[in-house]
Design a protein around this ligand. Structure first.
Ligand code: HEC
Length: 115
């Protein structure tokens, strides 16, 4: 009996904590800058350094962001690919704002230069 009562008190408290954490996480995610967005959403395929040197990257045939092929693409081309997706590259139009995608493109270019 006592066990049941503790459960009824604790469960809503736990639920509230989890919900608060989810809301806070969402707020934090929105405030993240391009570098952390990249790390969270793109690095598992494209690699932290943008070379695509990851198990998934190799399997999918991802190009190095520093390659001539990617560098000669315009910002608009890269924005379109990130927004709408391309083959195995997922679309991010519902996950990132247009401004965030633009910042990520600048970040990708900075990755390429840093090599
Ligand atoms: C599931 C793995 C995966 C994730 C996650 C992913 N990509 Fe890609 N991305 C790809 C693949 C595969 C391609 C190559 C598509 C093609 O040309 O067929 C690609 C292509 C690109 C290109 C075009 C240039 C190129 O390399 O051909 C850009 C720019 C790009 N991704 C940026 C991003 C950004 C920014 C994110 C995170 C918001 C991201 N990607 C997340 C797999 C991924």
């Amino acid at each position: 009996m006592a066990k049941t009562r503790i459960g009824t008190v604790l469960r809503p408290a736990l639920l509230a904590t989890v919900l608060t954490a989810i809301v806070l996480w969402g707020t934090m995610a929105a405030a993240q800058d391009a570098a952390s967005n990249y790390k969270a959403k793109c690095a598992m395929c494209h690699g932290a350094d943008g070379k695509g040197d990851t198990p998934i990257g190799k399997k999918m045939g991802i190009h190095d962001f520093a390659s001539a092929e990617v560098q000669k693409a315009s910002d608009a081309d890269l924005i379109a690919i990130i927004t709408k997706g391309k083959n195995k590259m997922p679309a991010y139009e519902n996950k990132l704002s247009a401004a965030q995608i633009k910042e990520i493109v600048a970040f990708i270019r900075s990755l390429a230069k840093g090599k």
